[in-house]
Ligand binder design. Sequence first.
Ligand code: WQD
Length: 337
Amino acid sequence: MKVLVTGGLGFIGSHTVVELQNEGFEVVIIDNLSNSSENVLDGIVAITGKKPIFEKMDLRDKPAVEDFFKRHADVSGVIHFAASKAVGESVENPLLYYENNINTLVYILQQLQQKPEAHFIFSSSCTVYGEADKMPITEDASVKPAVSPYGNTKQIGEEIINEVCKVSNINSILLRYFNPIGAHPTAHIGELPIGVPQNLIPFITQTGIGLREQLSVYGDDYPTPDGTCIRDYIHVVDLAKAHVVALQRLLAKKNLEKVEVFNLGTGTGSSVLEVINTFEKVSGKKLPYKIVGRREGDIISAYASTDKANEVLGWKAQSTLEEALTYAWKWEQKIRS
Ligand code: WQD
């Protein structure tokens, strides 16, 4: 079966393409290369031996999207990653985020709703929960007012999908990621270092390799055991596998509702200092860091309840923080060699 993966040359997208191919799916990728590179295709082929179809396209180009679905009329399964995802950038340039994250979603759904049946997996985020009232966070935790245009586009995206699935033959699964980290164990694919990393793990590995002077820890005065923020860091391969399980669930018509929601996390929270200590253990390096002021918009703590994903979706993260950091470090060393 042919599956469209939008943003399929991106970090999570490329790892999902590998797992789809491992499960025998034929994959067609749309990517505008704004935050990825065509070389990622070589990495995918190095792992699976199979080259996905790749079409360079900007999903904001509505006629191009319509033409794509005419040429690939047999595509009824879509995993939609393509979106802008930098929280800080979204605050400075909200319209870029509303155009790129919402318009493109609408154009794809307009095509899918014309089909007798369609299966849509949406890349959402734990950001929709904001500062959740209690840990671990369950899927029925309230969606809080977004603190960034990026987070708002995920909330609006989920609302659009719910409304469209009610009146069409589209079935959908919303996957709310916690913090994706790591790289493929083969080190053929990983998170491409484009610009100064906003996220913790790439900044740590670039500091470990000597590319960055030192890591700034954004605050150690939070109400947590060691004062630093807590997150649920999930290995990107575990995350990728969850997308295949979700698509197979829809194809097998096992979904209990037109739209289902699952948190994708490990269920374990780790503080920034715990991540630093684990990285030092994994790499054998002392990581230079300094404590600085808090970062605007950071929440204190977020980690997932994994019960629904384990019991209903039938998926469970396998890799530990230590393993994910091992792969992230192996990838950093590989791309700098
Ligand atoms: C993690 C922790 C920082 C960098 C964001 C998005 C989320 C998702 C993942 C897209 C925080 C601290 C970080 C640094 C630090 N993105 N930190 N120094 O903010 O939890 O989530 O990325 O889907 O939607 O919100 O991830 O890795 O940026 O930060 O101290 O140089 O590390 O304060 O506590 P975050 P992060």
